[in-house]
Design a protein around this ligand. Structure first.
Ligand code: GAR
Length: 209
C-alpha cells in the first residue's frame, strides 16, 4: 500500500483527480493519509473532508517564523507515515530539510513543459500569462520529483497541450488541467506505486515502457 500525503493551497482539482482515480481503482493499492493546506480557505480541504480524508491547515501565519512552520510541516508529514508527498497545486516553498527527509519521494505538478515557464515566480495563472505573452503554440504540464531547486528535479511525465488563438490565461489553464494535469499526476502516482519510476543520474527512467 502506497501512502500519500497531499499538499495543497487552492481549489484542489488535482487532488480531486487523485481521489477519483484511487476510488475508481485506476491507482491501485494507494491511500491518502492526509491532505495539508497552507491556506485555511482552500476548497481542497473541503474536497478531502467529503471523501473522509483527514484534512488540516498548517499555515505559516500560525508560527513565529518560517523555521517553526517548516518544522511543524515536516513533523506532520513524518507522523502521517507517508511514503510519497504529492504537491498538488501547493504554493509553499518546500524547505531543504523536507527534501532531505523525503529524497525522491516528493512529486510536484507544474502547469508548463519544464524547462519552459518554470522556476521562481512561475505558479498558477502567471505561468499561462507568460506562455501567452511569449506566443508559444504548445504548452502542457510536467510531473517531477522535487529537489532543492525550484522546478529543477527529475522529470517523471510530461504532456503537451495545444495553445489556441484567442486563449486567455484562464482558458489555457483549464485546457492544460483537463488534458494534461488531471491525467499525468495520477499516472505518475500509479507508476511510482508500481515501483516503475527509477532515478538515475538525475533523470527518470520508467520501467516497462
Ligand atoms: C494547477 O494548475 C497546478 O499545476 C498549479 O496550480 C494549480 C492548482 O490547481 N501549480 C503550480 O503552479 C505550482 N508551481 P488545483 O488546486 O485546482 O489543483
Amino acid at each position: 500500500m502506497l501512502k500519500l500525503a497531499v499538499l495543497v493551497s487552492g481549489g484542489g482539482t488535482n487532488l480531486q483527480a487523485i481521489i477519483d482515480q484511487i476510488e475508481a481503482g485506476t491507482i491501485p493499492d494507494t491511500k491518502i493519509e492526509v491532505v495539508i493546506s497552507n491556506n485555511k480557505g482552500a476548497f481542497a480541504l473541503e474536497r478531502a473532508a467529503r471523501h473522509g480524508i483527514p484534512a488540516e491547515c498548517i499555515s505559516p501565519k500560525d508560527y513565529p517564523d518560517r523555521e517553526a512552520f517548516n518544522d511543524a510541516l515536516l513533523a506532520r508529514l513524518l507522523a502521517s507515515g507517508a511514503d510519497l508527498v504529492v504537491l498538488a497545486g501547493c504554493l509553499v516553498v518546500i524547505p531543504e530539510k523536507l527534501v532531505d527527509a523525503f529524497p525522491n519521494r516528493i512529486i510536484n505538478i507544474h502547469p508548463a513543459l519544464i524547462p519552459a515557464f518554470c522556476g521562481t515566480g512561475y505558479y498558477g495563472l502567471k505561468v499561462h500569462e507568460a506562455a501567452l505573452e511569449r506566443g508559444v503554440r504548445v504548452s502542457g504540464a510536467t510531473v517531477h520529483f522535487v529537489d532543492k531547486g525550484t522546478d529543477t528535479g527529475p522529470i517523471i511525465l510530461q504532456k503537451a497541450v495545444e495553445v489556441r488563438d484567442g486563449d486567455t490565461p484562464e482558458a489555457l489553464q483549464l485546457r492544460i488541467m483537463q488534458e494534461a494535469e488531471w491525467k499525468i499526476l495520477p499516472e505518475a502516482i500509479r507508476l511510482i506505486g508500481q515501483g516503475r519510476v527509477v532515478v538515475e543520474d538525475g533523470r527518470c527512467r520508467i520501467l516497462g515502457q
